[in-house]
Design a protein around this ligand. Structure first.
Ligand code: SF4
Ligand code: SF4
Length: 708
């Protein structure tokens, strides 16, 4: 009878003492795991450097928020809740799993206070945790096998391997929970038959199993107890050693991946972390060409992907049928790594990635919108990897033909259109505009406090010049002492950098930095989110920069801008968040506050808004690239606006404006939907007469002009 209470360490299995057997299993299991992890670390050691050891407190904070707090998971409610339950279950069960393993080699092992109140409470919590994890595994498997959300789907060309792997791992975890509960239940059933009580949490898996075993004989209970323990230990180590071969490796790597995640939005990694810009000419090869050119952190990203499909589900390129799915950027690299860094035999062969696992179109299809990174619960990065792969292509001269012309024009004329530098400020010389607002071109004796950085598209595109004029009028209205660089301003180079042409970007940046410094301005304003992002994150040593929507919002709040009511109260407006204003720089509220300050303006949100905004189709050089796609991103976006019930789509970016107006035509929505820039809308609604009256009143009172 007493045998049933014995620890596995005291029993024998096939004439081997339990203590010896479990000592061997533990040692073997740990040795195997250590070997596998060492092998998995080999490419990371060979990978490029990546500087991720700064700001430890910020990293710790983010670890608590995104890893321990599972911050991003509820963005997909059902899957998120399931994951949070599984994650919490794992954390809670870690202590029990550890003590169970030790029990096989030391029958007297007990955690502090395990027989006391805390221990009993912990056992109840652990019983429920095991039950919840078991049920979550069943639900997760059903989702993958029966309900099949589209984001889990794996295209036929990748075979069934990933799906089978995911389901097999779910089954293994469920089996682990079952064996652990059976071990407990058999002991409790045995004790119950002897008139003793072992408390199990009511309706837990262990409790249900105990009830089922209540009439089983003592000898069979004893065998079940011993067998369950053996199975539990074997499953534990099998799972531990199998996880690094598939998507469950994230259980081990996610903590490190989140801790070392990128901290700064809107930035692009340097070509080499250990080479300064001044020494880049000594770098033999730019970008990522082979797997080993990825940084160790980017390789860790590949290991950490949980294959949840959220990135691709939000990727606009994927949505319109471009040959890009961020999830498969990761999966293909991970498969490559597993294949070329095998457990036995030689590793790594340095074969080119583009043309091997990736296609050129796939790499050029990305708009760097950031939707994938925003969504990923494990903070996996894509933009830097794609930019690095592009740098590799550019370095080898593999640039799409349509882009080559734009790049050459940028090199020779400083703008992608190949227009003359002297025409850069022509937009400000418009006959109707100039008498109302004389825009200063800085240089020589002409100085100003504020620089309006216009950038190429607003300077040269006939339609977008209206945004330039509206911006200038607003700055003038609020009394800003501003000017422009005119011919001295070159393209900000924002897209050039994201396109992988780092050397050209550096030349454009250095020219602009010099011109900005020479102008003596104290601050910069721009109406172009791409220029805003470049000046804020890619440039060094320039005055602080603001997007015009931030300036307008502030001036509206202070009362310096007063707005007239909308002319047509039946119009319904919706705001489209430009990627480089919203996701990359977190400016979501200012443009909305401005719209809401226009009396009578009705505003609705589209199904995808703020950090889930849907890219219009890519700014900058993407305007010159013709990707393979089933539908234009802009068309999808204007359809979303129409579905939301809007007939006016407002944006705050000239590139979005080009794409929206084009999409309205392509979608046949002319007359039903119009697009307008925030600056144009504000300029149209500014109550200028109020200010003029105030000016006249002040002049009458003091004899001086109103200073604003
Ligand atoms: S940045 Fe945007 S376009 Fe590029 S992979 Fe991510 S979601 Fe897709
Ligand atoms: S990269 Fe992130 S979002 Fe995409 S499948 Fe992997 S874990 Fe999910």
């Amino acid at each position: 009878m007493l045998e049933a209470l014995q620890s596995p360490a005291q029993t024998t299995y096939w004439l081997i003492s339990g203590r010896v057997l479990f000592l061997i299993i533990n040692l073997l299991g740990l040795a195997c795991f250590a070997y596998i992890v060492t092998k998995r670390l080999t490419p990371l050691i060979r990978g490029e450097r990546d500087f991720r050891f700064d700001r430890p407190w910020t990293r710790l904070e983010r670890l608590l928020q995104f890893w321990l707090g599972q911050w991003k998971h509820p963005r997909y409610r059902t899957a998120g809740i399931i994951h949070i339950l599984i994650f919490s279950g794992f954390i809670l069960l870690a202590t029990r799993a550890f003590s169970l393993l030790i029990l096989g080699i030391s029958e007297n092992f007990a955690l502090p206070d395990s027989a006391g109140g805390i221990g009993r409470v912990y056992e109840i919590v652990a019983d429920y945790a095991a039950t919840i994890v078991f049920l979550c595994m069943v639900i997760a498997a059903a989702r993958r096998i029966v309900f099949k959300p589209a984001r889990y789907e794996v295209p036929a060309k990748y075979g069934d391997g990933h799906k089978v792997d995911a389901i097999f791992l779910l089954a293994l975890i469920a089996f682990l929970m079952l064996s652990e509960s059976l071990f407990e239940a058999s002991k409790a059933a045995s004790l119950a038959q002897q008139g003793q009580t072992e408390f199990l949490a009511s309706f837990s898996l262990a409790w249900i199993l105990q009830s089922a075993l209540s009439s089983v004989s003592q000898s069979n209970l004893w065998n079940i107890h011993r067998g369950a323990y053996l199975l539990d230990v074997l499953t534990f180590y099998f799972l531990l050693c199998y996880r690094p071969f598939g998507i469950q490796f994230h259980v081990e790597t996610s903590l490190f991946n989140v801790y070392f995640a990128k901290l700064d939005r809107g930035t692009v990694k340097p070509v080499r972390w250990d080479v300064s810009d001044e020494h880049l000419d000594q770098v033999k090869s730019f970008g990522v060409k082979t797997f080993e050119d990825f940084t160790w952190k980017h390789m860790l990203d590949f290991y950490s992907c949980a294959d949840c499909g959220r990135c691709s589900d939000n990727c606009p390129a994927n949505a319109v049928g471009r040959p890009l799915s961020p999830r498969f950027i990761t999966i293909k690299a991970r498969d490559y790594s597993f294949q070329h860094y095998p457990m036995f035999g030689p590793s790594g062969n340095g074969t080119p990635l583009v043309g091997g696992i990736y296609s050129e179109d796939e790499i050029w299809s990305c708009t760097t919108c950031g939707a994938c990174e925003e969504e990923c619960p494990l903070l996996i990065e894509y933009i830097d990897k794609i930019v690095d792969l592009r740098r590799g292509l550019v370095d080898d001269g593999n640039v799409p033909k349509s882009i080559q012309k734009a790049l050459k024009a940028l090199e020779s004329r400083g703008n992608p259109y190949g227009k003359m530098e002297k025409k850069k400020a022509d937009w400000a010389k418009d006959k109707e505009f100039q008498p109302t607002c004389d825009v200063k071109i800085l240089g020589g004796a002409k100085t100003a406090d504020t620089l309006y950085f216009v950038d190429s598209i607003t300077s040269y595109d006939d339609r977008m010049q209206a945004i330039g004029r509206a911006t200038a009028k607003i700055l003038d209205h609020v009394g800003e002492n501003f000017g422009i660089l005119g011919p001295a301003e070159k393209d900000s180079g924002h897209e050039v950098r994201r396109f992988g042409e780092e050397t050209l970007f550096m030349a454009l940046r250095d020219h602009n930095v010099e011109a900005i410094k020479a102008s003596g301005v104290q601050r910069i304003v721009t109406a172009d989110p791409h220029a805003y992002n470049a000046l804020k994150h890619d440039y060094k040593d320039v005055p602080p920069v603001e997007h015009i929507s931030q300036v307008i919002a502030r001036e509206v709040k202070s009362g310096n801008i007063k707005l007239n009511p909308v002319e047509n109260a039946d119009d319904v407006y919706t705001y489209h968040d430009p990627c480089y204003l919203g996701r990359h720089n977190q400016v979501y509220d200012d443009p909305r506050d401005v719209l809401d300050a226009i009396p009578g303006l009705k505003r609705v949100e589209m199904s995808r808004y703020r950090d889930r905004s849907f890219c219009c189709g890519g700014g900058g050089l993407m305007l010159f690239y013709e990707p393979k796609e089933e539908q234009r991103m802009g068309v999808k976006r204007v359809q979303m606006a129409a579905e939301a019930g809007a007939n006016v789509i407002v944006t705050a970016c000239p590139f979005c404006m080009v794409n929206m107006e084009d999409a309205i035509k392509v979608a046949g929505m002319e007359g039903k939907l119009t697009a307008i820039d925030l600056t144009e809308l504000v300029d149209k609604h500014i109550a200028r007469e109020t200010k003029e009256t105030e000016r006249a009143e002040q002049f009458a009172e003091s004899g001086k002009c109103l200073t604003v």
